[in-house]
Design a protein. Structure first.
Length: 227
């Protein structure tokens, strides 16, 4: 029997949202390690534009870290739980993973591109799943529009969260912008791909977005002489 698919091409699965729960589990375990190692786990995997130039895996690993404040991880995991299962079911597990990972990396690239190349700006560590979560916010907008539902509440929520960093210090709004842009791009491609080309779009668009992120990163580092 052929697999039943959603209108976006994802395989309809019963049971729990495995990918979403796995991401939440990794973030929680990582946060506990941050606490019990007195920050050593954080410094090993956190991202800063300068650290990313020598250890590029930090562009992604920082998305599984959070500040020691429990409110930071609670907010991000709550948002992930609200959006993740729906998008995981709509897009399918593999494409949801691609969306999440690229949005997380996009958040770090956003910090790289939008932070002035000063010593303080480029050595300040950035942690959190916010870039990836904003990617999910961005991706759900075209999904709702594709299914004929209003995205007004999501847009208002994004606007409010975009404004918060300008009143509350210590929040990397640049990561929010980077993740949001990536999520909008991938989500729109997934949502509006013709049914006969959904599988092609499912791997081609994430690959293209990945190439763009790498190219933007290389250009930025080259422009200031770090490559």
């Amino acid at each position: 029997m052929p697999a039943t698919r959603t209108i976006f091409g994802g395989t309809v699965r019963g049971g729990r949202p495995v990918v979403t729960l796995t991401i939440i589990g990794i973030c929680v375990v990582s946060w506990v390690l941050q606490l019990v190692t007195a920050g050593l786990w954080t410094s090993q995997w956190a991202y800063s534009p300068y650290a990313g130039s020598v250890e590029p895996w930090r562009f992604l690993t920082a998305a599984f870290l959070h500040s020691t404040s429990i409110m930071h991880i609670l907010f991000n995991m709550y948002a992930l739980w609200l959006l993740g299962p729906f998008l995981e079911q709509a897009f399918g597990r593999a494409r949801f993973v691609a969306l999440y990972v690229l949005a997380a990396v996009g958040g770090s690239v956003g910090v790289l591109l939008l932070t002035p190349p000063t010593y303080e700006g480029w050595t300040t560590e950035v942690v959190g799943a916010s870039g990836a979560v904003f990617g999910l916010f961005g991706a759900i907008i075209p999904v709702l529009r594709r299914t004929g539902r209003s995205a007004t509440q999501i847009v208002v929520l994004i606007a409010i969260n975009m404004a918060i960093p300008f009143f509350v210090p210590g929040i990397a709004w640049e990561a929010h912008v980077g993740g949001l842009v990536v999520g909008l791009a991938i989500g729109a491609a997934y949502a509006w791909a013709p049914r006969e080309r959904q599988r092609l779009v499912g791997w081609a668009v994430p690959a293209l977005v990945g190439v763009v992120l790498v190219a933007a990163t290389v250009w930025k580092y080259t422009s200031i002489g770090l490559l």
